[in-house]
Design a protein around this ligand. Sequence first.
Ligand SMILES: Nc1ncnc2c1ncn2[C@@H]1O[C@H](COP(=O)(O)OP(=O)(O)OP(=O)(O)O)[C@@H](O)[C@H]1O
Length: 263
Amino acid sequence: MTYLQISAVGKTFTRGRASTEVLRDINLDIEKGEFVSIIGHSGCGKSTLLNLVAGLNEVSSGGIILENAEVHTPGPDRAVVFQNHSLLPWLTVYENVNLAVAKVFGRRKSAAERHDWIMDNLNLVQMAHAKDKRPTEISGGMKQRVGIARALAMEPKILLLDEPFGALDALTRAHLQDQMMEIHARLGNTMIMITHDVDEAVLLSDRIVMMTNGPAATIGEVLDVPLERPRRRLELASDRTYLKCREAVLKFLYERHRFVEAA
Ligand SMILES: Nc1ncnc2c1ncn2[C@@H]1O[C@H](COP(=O)(O)OP(=O)(O)OP(=O)(O)O)[C@@H](O)[C@H]1O
């Protein structure tokens, strides 16, 4: 039984008499525990697709089923991490995570259990030491880590990552990619990540979904990444399979589906 099933999904935005068909006939099955990246040129509809899975927008045609339940609205079973952290600035790191934990586990866990759970998740992203700091007092990479802890603390069925490291410098980005791989190995979560970064996609993913250019974008190809885990970036830099996957994505993006700026 497929965990997440995206079937014949289309999305058209309509405003007044104008309408734009952004996505057409998207079909994708994702298994429990898979790490899937979505890559494609700017504006092709990656975030739109993620937002449909998150339930932030409704599909115009087709359907999305997560563990036998059709997706219509947002829910804590699908946590989203955005490129720019969405922490509340007047709350501490701890309180930001607590907000999600209280909402999801308020009735099911005691206050002591909720506290332990918040600390577990802050520890997972190595942010427990900053639990009493406010978002303005920590770096961009740290804020993203808190956002990831908050999302993980909801124990979602699926973690949706919309360019989670896009705004970070290269070194911080590499560090967080490594942490993400460790978390994935430890918890076995199902994750969908949008990225513009070919190396990031190959390093982290079990499969890479490559999207054609819009309007009416669809899935052009899906690439399996048959690299064993754990993966180490330095060893992979000269690994044949890694380089082949990288080349396949680059060819898709820059030969077969080159980005053409709209007039
Ligand atoms: N709510 C909306 N109403 C109308 N059009 C929208 C809406 N949301 C997105 N679009 C349009 O859908 C298209 C795809 O946007 P989307 O943000 O999904 O692309 P993307 O691939 O994630 O882009 P990027 O990589 O630049 O973030 C764009 O042309 C955008 O203008």
